[in-house]
Design a binder for this molecule. Structure first.
Ligand code: GLP
Length: 243
């Protein structure tokens, strides 16, 4: 069997979790001349981005790749992940927007958009550290249950559960997009180090399934068990079902 490292770090409060995650990201930034960092949206990584902004570190050598993007929102929509990342990392960290990449949901040919994104990641040398959140249904990025474990960046249909989970960012459920472009599970697994950030009691069951349940498409995040280098940062509520 290949050697696998899975570090689970429990943090009692968001600031401590954010700092612990920032330490992992800063180490990755220091480890490569042109580091490539994969970034997640959602509430879970917010303390990390705040801690990175407070660190005063120089981020100019890095390239950044988003996990996913909604399809169907107009350009500049405040809840598009391009705008979320602008607010959460580009402005606070002083990043060059040209070095922050997302799959392009406005192309007529979305299959081509997905292929282009894969090529962009490859051209950057692959992702050194991929930051991840966890859906309460076990999704990683927008890879919903049933997604092939070796899937690549592609157009995906969002489940109603995920749309309801993300409804809090929109005026109504009808306003939540039904589709997205997402890195595939196979794409994510090619990152050299995975950093999963999980917060809140609502994620406890998904986290336990991801780390200790069977590996399979029912729980996309269970693929983490097959990766060689994973760091999991969880608050006490999210880690409550782990022994
Ligand atoms: C969204 C994102 C995922 C994220 C997940 C969890 O669906 N596309 O990448 O991991 O939500 O988000 P949160 O941290 O807000 O619970």
């Amino acid at each position: 069997m290949s050697s696998r490292t899975l570090n689970l770090i429990r943090c009692s409060d968001p600031a401590a979790l954010g700092q612990a995650a920032a330490d992992v990201v800063l180490a990755a930034l220091a480890a490569a001349p042109e580091p490539v960092i994969g970034v997640a949206t959602g509430s879970s990584p917010s303390p990390l981005y705040k801690a990175l902004a407070a660190s005063g570190a120089d981020f100019s050598s890095a390239a950044w790749f988003a996990l996913d993007e909604y399809v169907g929102l107009p350009p500049g929509h405040p809840e598009s992940y391009a705008e979320v990342l602008r607010r959460e990392i580009v402005e606070p960290l002083g990043l060059d927007p040209q070095r922050v990449h997302l799959p392009d949901p406005h192309r007529v040919d979305l299959k081509d958009a997905a292929r282009r994104y894969e090529r962009q990641i490859a051209a950057a040398g692959g992702i050194d550290l991929q930051i991840l959140g966890l859906g309460r249904n076990g999704h990683l990025a927008f890879n919903e249950p049933g997604a092939p474990l070796d899937s690549r960046t592609r157009l995906e249909t969002l489940t109603e559960d995920t749309r309801r989970a993300n409804q809090r960012f929109f005026a109504s459920l009808d306003d939540v997009p039904t589709h997205c472009l997402t890195q595939g599970l196979g794409t994510i697994l090619e990152a050299r180090h995975l950093l999963l950030i999980v917060r809140g009691a609502g994620k406890a069951e998904a986290l336990a399934r991801a780390l200790t349940g069977p590996v399979g498409t029912d729980c996309p995040a269970s693929v983490l068990q097959t990766h060689g280098h994973v760091t999991v940062l969880a608050d006490d509520a999210a880690a409550s079902l782990l022994s």
